[in-house]
Design a protein around this ligand. Structure first.
Ligand code: GLN
Length: 544
């Protein structure tokens, strides 16, 4: 019988519920249990592909082509596993299958009701994902915050499961304890209210993970224990950390895996976090600082900028930095600024490497192209991801091959030189207005040129990488570009699709049609990010 751990959030969003869920999974996996993790997103969207990245953060693509929440990326990074589309669900997805089933008369002509049929579908999916992963323990993160209208049906599913098998289901509340500057004291009251909110849903948390700027002290543990009806030992301190990969180690300082195993009546097995600990120590001990500029378009919500849209890129950089023992400084460089003032692109001289990440549409594109031109002509290490690769192609076509006005048809459908154009099957889908989950998605094989930098970094010729795009390199321009020194370092096995471009004469200039960041793991950093950080480090050290 598999065990289920539900994780939900109290007080406010954005306190690291995803990292908490992934870390709980990690410490149990380190005890020798087969663990899988699953995210429930309360949105009505069927997947994250159609959600606003500013509000929702990055779209994480699974190997089997699901467009999911960034937390699925956290689970993959912490558990070091590839998760399938079964491990993500939204309100929209649940209703869609219930309605389809109703249309097929699968409810035998009965009235189909929100309760019990919606929670039943949730439970069916939880069990299916667990069975597919052959998991002994499944972590389920319920998005949003308790007390919200949106996630009530998911809490109801959790309550029902607990009612049916109380020994196999456990509840973890991740809460936030503010330390208001004016008081200088950590406050527990919002957490007490959050517990009351879940109590209303018929759920009593077994553990409370207390996120805060500082560690939780004795008096507050006692208070939460008494007011929230949990053991003092079940109140877990979770202060801010330098790297998120410290979180599982911090939980183990409070013996959390022991406590969970005991509650779930699971056998205690030997713990192995050695490799993980070494990785974290390497990250924390780095000395040389490497400055990486992320040239993107950033959306401010009011006075705040949210870099969540690039979370996997940031993590992939951190993994590589750990291996090369460098401290990372990542700066958000707004490509709009270079459009307004072309001279501003010179600020890139202060960086050791730049990344132009993925994106859509025309805003900021000319600024990104200016940044790429600077990187190409100044030997500045460059990694272009998806749109970044496409824009590097445009830059080379315009400025080296003198194909003036070269562009992608995404921006200029009438361009004289469509060096990037839409894939034929994609044009059909757009004509039919089929937008949802129809891009080129998920894992695709790629064959590397034996002599390429990429082949050296990967240490193999055959790779698989994850995609999310509609446009591609236009083969009509292959000859003109390669003659001028542009190298097509990776192609689809049939030779038709350009997947990686390189400039062999440059210290490091690589663009990928896929998203390598999605496959980087702290214990297995991605070869291309290792390559970029190595080149950036060389530039940093060389300058001293
Ligand atoms: N907009 C480009 C395309 O659709 C690139 C997409 C991306 O960067 N993910 O092909």
């Amino acid at each position: 019988m598999a065990k289920y751990i539900f994780v939900f959030g109290g007080v406010m969003s954005g306190v690291g519920k995803g990292v908490a869920s992934a870390s709980v999974g990690k410490i149990l996996q380190a005890r020798g249990y087969r663990v899988t993790a699953l995210k429930i997103d309360p949105y009505v969207n069927v997947d994250a592909g159609t959600m606003n990245p500013t509000e929702h953060g990055e779209v994480f693509v699974t190997f089997d082509g699901d467009e999911t929440d960034q937390d699925v990326g956290n689970y993959e990074r912490f558990l070091d596993v590839d998760l399938p589309r079964d491990n993500y669900m939204t309100t929209g997805r649940i209703y869609q299958s219930v309605i389809n089933r109703e249309r097929n008369l699968e409810y035998g002509g009965k009235c189909v009701e929100v309760v019990p049929h919606i929670p039943e579908e949730v439970i069916r999916r939880l069990r299916r994902a667990t069975a597919k992963a052959r998991a002994e323990i499944t972590i389920i993160e319920i998005g949003g915050t308790v007390g919200e209208y949106q996630n009530i049906l998911f809490l109801e599913a959790a309550r029902q499961m607990h009612y049916e098998q109380p020994d196999d289901v456990l509840f973890v509340l991740v809460s936030y304890l503010p330390v208001p500057g004016t008081l200088g004291e950590m406050k527990t009251k919002p957490t007490q209210y959050a517990v009351r909110q879940v109590n209303e849903a018929g759920i009593q948390p077994d553990f409370i993970i207390c996120r805060s700027t500082a560690p939780l002290d004795g008096p507050r543990k006692k208070k939460l224990s008494v007011f929230c009806n949990v053991d003092e030992s079940a109140v877990i301190s979770a202060p801010d950390v330098e790297t998120i990969y410290q979180v599982p180690l911090n939980y183990e300082k409070e013996h959390l895996s022991d406590k969970i195993l005991k509650k779930l009546k699971l056998r205690s097995r030997r713990q192995d976090l050695r490799e993980w600990r070494t990785m974290v120590q390497r990250m924390l001990r780095a000395k040389t600082t490497v400055k990486i500029g992320m040239v993107g378009k950033y959306f401010a919500t009011g006075a705040f900028i949210l870099p969540d849209a690039y979370i996997s890129v940031i993590e992939a950089l951190r993994h590589a930095a750990g291996v090369h023992r460098v401290k990372l400084q990542i700066d958000w460089l707004n490509s709009d600024d270079y459009e307004k003032d072309r001279a501003k692109v010179k600020e890139l001289g202060g960086y050791h490497g730049i990344i132009v990440p993925g994106g859509f549409g025309s805003r900021g594109v000319e600024g990104k192209i200016l940044a790429i031109q600077y990187a190409r002509s100044h030997g500045l290490p460059f990694l272009g991801l998806c749109y970044g690769m496409q824009l590097a192609t445009i830059e080379f076509a315009r400025n080296v091959c003198k194909l003036s006005g070269a562009n992608t048809t995404e921006i200029d459908p009438k361009t004289k030189h469509p060096v990037i154009h839409i894939m034929p099957d994609q044009a059909e889908k757009l004509a039919k207005k089929q937008y949802g989950n129809t891009m080129r998605l998920g894992s695709w094989p790629c064959l590397l040129d034996r002599r390429s930098r990429s082949a050296k970094l990967y240490g193999t010729r055959r790779i698989n990488e994850r995609h999310r795009h509609r446009y591609e390199f236009n083969n009509a321009y292959r000859e003109r570009l390669t003659k001028a020194g542009f190298s097509l370092a990776g192609l689809s096995p049939d030779g038709q699709l350009v997947e990686i471009i390189e400039l062999p004469q440059h210290p490091f200039f690589v663009g990928t049609q896929f998203h390598p960041e999605l496959k980087s793991r702290p214990l297995h950093p991605h070869p291309l990010f290792l390559g970029l950080v190595a080149a950036a480090k060389q530039r940093a050290v060389g300058r001293k």
